[in-house]
Unconditional design. Structure first.
Length: 337
């Protein structure tokens, strides 16, 4: 999928929220700057020279994207901070005798932000291209090369999967006992739950994620999506039993369809479903370059915490987690309840 940083604020912020990609880029792009206040910073004049643009051009971008640039580290210094910076930078970034009472400084992060915005600069275009390569390389390196199962690196994945496994058993038992339909009902109503939660059936989901026929789609779902499925299955199982107890007969498919529709519109479930759709749409676009067109309206910027969650030091492969004796002891206690 083509990535155009110049037109997509979400795509830009997804890169800028990935501190692992930024650290790699700062080491390998070698764009210069000066160390000040614990980070590498750049003056406006440096960026004019780096990107080969006019002062009017950079001022236009600073004004037009002020909130975004400030959120990513662009700042104005004055007073004592300006004096300290001048003492540090005379002869390197600031000419002797330069008169200014306020100075704009770009952090490395806000420099990349500007590079992703600039359409007039060939150097900015080169940086964008190299940055995209760096993001892909870092994602592959830190995920072990398996972004298909990046969801499993989340410490919440296994508990959510275990919980859903139990509720899945409740739901299939309810289908067997309370729905007047043949064996096709199990696959059909599993798909109807998927469609209610994230607007895709299993085949559509697999196509979006480019999964092989043998791949188990549930093994690629995020914890929040798994919990939404578990909530839906648990609620439906209870509703089906209540219907059977009240009417002393099994449900017809049209009656179960109505229960699913009511559950989808239930205000108690609305926040759970909205979170599941948002997490799936946003993370899959960022981590897997997979666009769920039916959830496009739910796409948001992936927060910094998610990069820690799936790429950081606390993230682990599923194999590593399953080798943890403490985790296995927790699952044994849950199973024995």
């Amino acid at each position: 999928m083509a990535t155009d940083f110049t037109t997509s604020a979400k795509e830009r912020q997804n890169v800028l929220n990935n501190r692992y990609a930024l650290a790699h880029a700062e080491r390998h792009l070698s764009l210069g700057g000066v160390s000040y206040d614990g980070e590498t910073v750049f003056t406006k004049q440096q960026l004019i020279e780096l990107f080969n643009i006019s002062e009017a051009t950079i001022e236009r971008y600073i004004t037009g994207h002020a909130d975004e640039l400030k959120a990513n580290g662009y700042r104005l210094i004055k007073g004592k901070n300006l004096k300290d910076f001048k003492d540090l930078a005379y002869g390197a970034l600031i000419s002797e005798g330069t008169k200014t009472s306020i100075l704009g400084l770009f952090s490395f992060r806000s420099l990349l932000n500007l590079a992703m915005l600039l359409t007039e600069s060939e150097q900015a275009k080169i940086i964008r291209s190299r940055l995209l390569d760096i993001v892909i390389d870092v994602m592959a390196e830190r995920s072990g090369g398996h972004t298909k199962f990046i969801n499993q690196r989340d410490q919440d994945y296994l508990p959510a999967a275990f919980q859903e496994y139990n509720h899945r058993a409740e739901f299939t038992s309810a289908l067997s006992s309370f729905l007047d339909m043949g064996p096709l009902k199990f696959g059909m109503y599993t798909n109807k739950i998927y469609q209610a939660i994230f607007h895709e059936n299993a085949a559509e989901y697999k196509k979006v994620l480019r999964l092989a026929e043998k791949d188990n789609m549930r093994e690629t779902l995020y914890a929040e999506v798994i919990r939404a499925i578990a909530s839906f299955e648990s609620g439906l199982a209870s509703d089906m039993k209540n219907f059977y107890d009240e009417h002393h007969r099994k449900l017809k498919p049209v009656e179960l369809d109505l229960l699913i529709k009511n559950a989808e519109n239930n205000p108690y479930l609305k926040p759970v479903l909205s979170e599941a759709r948002t997490k799936m749409a946003s993370r899959d676009l960022c981590f897997r370059e997979a666009l769920h067109e039916k959830l496009e309206g739910y796409i948001q910027t992936v927060p910094e915490g998610d990069f820690e969650r799936f790429l950081g030091e606390t993230s682990k492969s599923l194999e590593a987690r399953l080798a943890d004796p403490e985790l296995l002891a927790v699952f044994k206690r849950l199973k024995d309840r």
